[in-house]
Ligand binder design. Structure first.
Ligand SMILES: NC(=O)C1=CN([C@@H]2O[C@H](COP(=O)(O)OP(=O)(O)OC[C@H]3O[C@@H](n4cnc5c(N)ncnc54)[C@H](OP(=O)(O)O)[C@@H]3O)[C@@H](O)[C@H]2O)[C@@H](O)CC1
Ligand SMILES: Nc1ncnc2c1ncn2[C@@H]1O[C@H](COP(=O)(O)OP(=O)(O)O)[C@@H](O)[C@H]1O
Ligand SMILES: [K+]
Length: 511
């Protein structure tokens, strides 16, 4: 399923009218009718309802006029509220029709708004702003939106709740809290990412008659099972462990032994043939949490953190690895930086960098340069704060435009970026996938280590870095969702996500 930005939507609209010749009024008529149909479907009868339609002066308001016209045919109590009757040319066509039909049209003012507080509406249609919202909302607009949110009515937002930025999902001053949002062609970024997604209620996507052939070159998609290649999940009867790849992991410290266990356990549990864990000797006491199948290469440490001198003794192993994971639980340290530089200078293995590997990347110019020119495939898996460090920006800037942040990281390091969050974004710098699976039960230390392990395993089994990242993010979050069938968000643990891979992979294969 594609996801659009406002400029892509406008381009689609332009092509529909200028290249194909579908007039804008036709699209507006179709859009308004789709919203009306949705309302009609939700309510057995409409003739006994009090309905208010709030319309802005742009084309979103025009859609609202169309909805009002259809509603007025089946309900005597429809009132239209306008902020300004100086509306767009296309909207004016429908406003004039409403006037001729003598629909109850009111121009909003502070006084009128006060009088509305004494009335009760069962249904409110929010057609104030759509994809044209351009600045923060204040004044009467803000008061009306607050009124809508406190009205107790069932609220339909046309295209997007007024106040939600369709490109960033940020709230511009305030926003309508919709019960349902009816949007057109494809969802917009503002429907999918948070906080916008909270305001939408149920999102319904309607076809308004735009020909499929002009909808192309869209680079943002919601990640679905259809985007995944599971062909490599098939295991040939005559295969052996070498066919499923060898994962090398540099992880763990005296302080974070569990990160090494989670990452390596997840790699193993998702199908790789062999998993080697390079970890400080001190971490070995953590045996109980480690699957015995993991081959441990105990590294001499300095105060519980991998030492460079200890690490290089294992150099010969690197020829074996099909992929290398670096970072989980290592801690941020000069030795860690030296080791990463050594790896980037001396080996050519696909690499997945997480956690402290990313922290080193953020602070070391040498690592940045070496990584950018490293020839093998790379996956970087920052959460928002790590991304902010890597980009040297405030975390709020990442949250405001996470897609741009992820693309920037991917482009700078010529890597796949997996920007982890409640909606994880996966990009190669050009194509973008947004994962909508997963739940807040995953918001626990260690979930990211599990994801890194699964990505490593997928690369070891022969997937490209991009395919591996998509598959791993999907499996990781689907596993957490399946766990909710028996457990709660409080009780699911990252280690349960690893155990849950069993039923998750089965479900994915069955389709
Ligand atoms: N294919 C398509 O594209 C189709 C699109 N369709 C519909 O058109 C909608 C897009 O219409 P649109 O471009 O006219 O923009 P819209 O959202 O009505 O708002 C612009 C108006 O709001 C104003 N304004 C903005 N921010 C403001 C603020 N904070 N406070 C106050 N004012 C503010 C802004 O004023 P300005 O910034 O110009 O001063 C301007 O007047 C789209 O969402 C969908 O519903 C359908 O008909 C089907 C086909
Ligand atoms: N609210 C949420 N909804 C869906 N997924 C979430 C949510 N919170 C966290 N996650 C997922 O959990 C993982 C957390 O990773 P990370 O922050 O790196 O944890 P850690 O470093 O402790 O292992 C990411 O994959 C993220 O997408
Ligand atoms: K709206």
């Amino acid at each position: 399923m594609f996801v659009l930005t406002s400029s892509q939507m406008r381009e689609i609209d332009r092509k529909a009218s200028q290249e194909i010749g579908i007039p804008e009024v036709v699209l507006m008529e179709n859009a308004g009718f789709c919203v009306f149909e949705e309302i009609k479907r939700d309510f057995e009868t409409l003739d006994d309802k009090n309905i208010a339609v709030f319309c802005g002066k742009g084309n979103n308001g025009g859609d609202g006029f169309v909805v009002a016209r259809y509603l007025a045919q089946v309900c005597p109590n429809v009132k239209v509220f306008l902020f300004d009757d100086n509306v767009t040319l296309t909207s004016k066509v429908f406003l004039d029709i409403l006037k001729k039909l003598e629909v109850d049209i009111n121009i909003l003012s502070e006084e009128l708004l006060s009088s509305l507080r004494a009335q009760r509406f069962d249904i409110i249609v929010d057609a104030i702003f759509g994809i044209g919202l351009s600045k923060d909302i204040d004044g009467l607009y803000k008061k009306v939106i607050e009124y809508i949110n406190g009205s107790g009515a069932y609220v339909y937002s046309v295209d997007i709740p007024s106040g939600v930025c369709s490109d960033s999902a940020q709230i511009k001053g305030c926003a309508v809290r919709a019960s349902k949002t009816v949007t057109f062609v494809y969802p917009k970024v503002g429907h999918i990412l948070y906080p916008g997604s909270y305001y939408c209620g149920k999102v319904i996507v309607k076809d308004i008659g735009i020909p499929e052939k002009i909808i192309k070159d869209i680079k943002v998609k919601i990640l679905t099972a259809e985007d995944l290649d599971i062909s490599k999940f098939y295991r040939y009867p005559d295969s052996h462990k070498g066919d499923y790849g060898k994962v090398g992991i540099v992880a763990g410290s005296k302080y974070y032994p569990g990160a090494a266990a989670l990452c390596s356990n997840a790699a193993l549990q998702s199908g790789c043939g062999l998993c080697y864990l390079l970890t400080p000797k001190e971490v070995l006491y953590f045996q109980n949490f480690r699957r015995p199948e993991i081959i441990v290469l105990p590294v001499e440490s300095k105060e519980g953190i991998v030492s460079f001198d200890g690490f290089v003794k294992f150099d010969e192993y690197f020829a074996k690895f099909d992929v290398l994971g670096f970072g989980c639980g290592l801690t941020k340290n000069k030795e860690v930086e030296k080791i990463l530089i050594h790896i980037l200078e001396n080996f050519q293995i696909p690499i997945v960098i997480d956690a402290d590997g990313l922290n080193v990347l953020a602070s070391s110019r040498d690592v940045r340069e070496l990584l950018a020119s490293y020839k093998s495939q790379k996956v970087l898996t920052p959460h928002y704060m790590e991304a902010a460090r890597v980009l040297d920006v405030d975390v709020k800037d990442v949250a405001k435009s996470p897609i741009d942040a992820a693309k920037k990281i991917a482009s700078e390091f010529r890597a796949i970026c997996v920007l982890k969050g409640s909606r994880t974004i996966i990009t190669d710098g050009d194509e973008v996938f947004i994962n909508i699976l997963g739940n807040p039960g995953m918001a626990k230390g260690g979930s990211g280590d599990v994801l890194t392990g699964i990505i490593l395993s997928m690369i070891a089994q022969g997937y490209s870095a991009f395919e591996a990242a998509k598959l791993a993010v999907y499996l990781h979050s689907l596993s957490a969702d399946i766990l909710l069938e028996k457990k709660t968000m409080q009780t699911i643990l990252p280690s349960d996500i690893i155990d849950g891979l069993d039923s998750t992979i089965k479900r994915l294969i069955k389709g």
